[in-house]
Design a protein around this ligand. Sequence first.
Ligand code: DX5
Ligand code: ZN
Length: 229
Amino acid sequence: MSDLPVTPMIAPSILAADFARLAEEAAAVEGAEWLHVDVMDNHFVPNLTLGLPIVESLLRVTEIPMDCHLMITEPERWAPPYAEAGAYNVTFHAEATANPVAVARDIRAAGAKAGFAIKPGTPLEPYLELLREFDTLLIMSVEPGFGGQKFIPEVLAKVGTARRLVDSGELRILIEIDGGINADTIEQAAEAGVDCFVAGSAVYGAEDPAAAVRSLRAQAAEASPHLRL
Ligand code: DX5
Ligand code: ZN
């Protein structure tokens, strides 16, 4: 990405918010770099959340750039409309399509950043070349589908691989991690080289979500060799 961050980014996941009060829940994390929205279709993952109409409504009530994480089949058909609607970053899964580059190009043509997500068990190596077509790499640190799961530290090897390629200039991509990020796990993820940290329950489960965002960001900055506040 051309606008690489100089501080750790925190992307609160509204999966852990109150779906009846989404506008207020977005306002409650003011100061967050991105607002992470988990779209699940009950096909790619065994859970159903929300789709384009709710994202469009949410886009009208918040200024926080929206980070749409599509856990859906057929992203070639369903992903570009999120970009057209005004999402800042649109991420879909490697495991969901045979032609990720075409989907990335459509997302970018529609005016958004394109994100490439991989599940904990999916290797990164086969995809290193095609990451040139993407702006963000989302490394899942839980099985996609539900919030509140336990962090899988083994995925940090993939973060390290991506970090080295970015630091050596071979790749320009923002490294994002998603799943089980909280005060106990964010430092190891930061040390491994993450740029953007998705956090659902750790933010919305806190008494003051905005304060939780600040505290996680400060912890990540402290532990990041590549990012400093
Ligand atoms: C899981 C979602 C995550 C989830 C993270 O499939 O992609 O974004 O909201 O929730 P926590 O932070 O509670 O693990
Ligand atoms: Zn997510």
